[in-house]
Design a protein around this ligand. Structure first.
Ligand code: FES
Length: 320
């Protein structure tokens, strides 16, 4: 699988209204009422916002619906402008270009039991999963971490009598000292559960650390932005390609993956946020600064996810 751009289509915005403090629900439909390309739970769409930026949003409606896409967007006043542009400048009736759904966060079809951990707006792909699993008669437990009831989307739906026993919503009031202790929840893998976690990077990194004893195929993460994987302190370094002997410079604002592609190499990737495992590469020499959520501790000495991780040494050698 190589990162490729799915086809874009013009869709009409049929709804853009608040569902919680700082969170809007947007609905997209085909202007002529045609069915939309099908999606599965965990999929996202890329939306071109009025300023021209392309932004990815997880679909939260029932994958069985073919007539609309629903996304919940959190207004990030200090973000890169996509969410404020969508919430403030788009109204029902507008037309936006939207890419067909892509899924880097799929549910394994044969699994029966699921454990979900959602932080804030990270609930969106999990809402689609819950709808799909309920339709299939499968079981889930959800731990939904949020600041306060006012800032929490989908409370009513998650409090419905038929699912409320499977749902724990934890409010921390914005104080990390009040965070839910996930350690007992993750201490053992019950009923061969698959864990899906989506939320802020620090939450996902904590869950990654607490699940080192789980099978890597049972733990799945989804990141919304690559912004958190770049740091202002990033510095350039060199990558030596063992197969050709070429040495490539990776600039401070580039990833290894981008540098390899600029050099003309075809490199498979998908999520490009360190969560899917597609760009896994053997690390043959040098020290890596790992920023992914895929590798277990014991894999980190000789493996690197080149879409996000960087070098700690001046040069690393990879098996490409
Ligand atoms: S492309 Fe998904 S982990 Fe690198």
């Amino acid at each position: 699988m190589t990162a490729s751009n799915p086809p874009m289509m013009p869709l009409r915005v049929t709804r853009n209204d608040p569902i919680a403090d700082g969170i809007n629900m947007l609905e997209f439909r085909d202007a002529a009422g045609q069915p939309l390309p099908q999606f599965s739970a965990g999929a996202h769409i890329a939306v071109q916002v009025p300023s021209g930026l392309l932004r990815k949003y997880s679909l939260c409606n029932d994958p069985a619906e073919r007539d609309r896409y629903l996304v919940a967007v959190k207004r990030e006043a200090n973000g890169r402008g996509g969410s404020t542009d969508l919430i403030d400048h788009v109204k029902a009736g507008d037309q936006l270009m939207v890419a067909a759904p892509v899924n880097d966060f799929e549910l394994p079809p044969r699994a029966q039991d699921f454990l979900f951990i959602a932080g804030g707006i990270g609930i969106t792909p999990i809402m689609a999963m819950i709808r799909e699993l309920r339709a299939q008669g499968k079981r889930f437990r959800l731990y939904y971490l949020s600041r306060s009831p006012e800032t929490t989307a989908f409370i009513d739906e998650l409090s419905a009598p038929e699912i409320k026993d499977s749902v724990t919503i934890h409010y921390d009031g914005g104080d990390p000292a009040n965070s839910l202790d996930l350690r007992p929840i993750l201490a053992e893998r019950k009923n061969r559960e698959h864990l899906y976690c989506c939320g802020p990077r620090p939450l996902m990194e904590a869950v990654r650390r607490m699940t080192d004893h789980w099978s890597s195929t049972a733990v799945h993460f989804e990141a919304f932005t690559s912004a958190e994987t770049h740091k202002p302190t990033d510095r350039p370094f060199k990558v030596r390609l063992a197969q050709s002997g070429a040495v490539i410079e990776v600039a401070a604002d580039k990833t290894i993956l981008e540098a390899l592609r600029e050099h003309g190499l075809e490199v498979p990737s998908s999520c490009e946020s360190g969560t899917c495992g597609t760009c896994r590469t053997k690390l043959l020499a040098g020290k890596a600064e790992h920023r992914d959520l895929v590798l277990h501790d014991h894999e980190r000495a000789d493996t690197i996810m080149i879409c996000v991780s960087r070098a700690l040494s001046d040069e690393i050698t990879i098996d490409r």
